[in-house]
Design a binder for this molecule. Structure first.
Ligand SMILES: C[C@H](O)[C@H](O)[C@H]1CNC2=NC(N)=NC(=O)C2=N1
Length: 107
């Protein structure tokens, strides 16, 4: 899982063991229950900063009371280690803010 340009297989993605993230049509998606709009906004800002740092960018939807995240690597048309790494960072931000993934299923 080290080559950031290598498209990962569904089983490699499952092996990453990401809680709350789901494989949907070549993307990795998660919904986080934020309870308050301002918490969602802070969550989105932290994700944005990490995305800039990584130079890898998710699709984000901020609503009340949820933030939806979709990750994929546009250049290869699928999921790479860049998405897995960013998903982990996003899950860490969620934990720090007390934001929980909508369910605990693994992808
Ligand atoms: C040059 C720069 O690294 C690329 O354009 C990056 C920027 N952010 C990106 N984000 C995502 N999700 N996929 C990409 O292929 C991508 N490419």
């Amino acid at each position: 899982m080290s080559d950031p340009k290598q498209k990962l297989t569904p089983s490699e993605i499952a092996d990453a063991g990401l809680t709350g993230w789901h494989l949907v049509e070549e993307t990795l998606t998660a919904q986080f229950a934020t309870k308050r709009f301002t918490t969602g906004l802070e969550f989105v800002n932290r994700i944005g900063a990490s995305a800039e740092e990584a130079d890898h960018h998710p699709d984000l939807t901020l609503t009340y009371p949820e933030v939806a995240v979709t990750l994929s690597s546009h250049d290869v048309g699928g999921i790479t280690s860049r998405d897995i790494d960013l998903a982990r960072v996003i899950s860490e931000h969620a934990e720090e803010l007390g934001v929980s993934p909508r369910d605990g299923n693994r992808s």
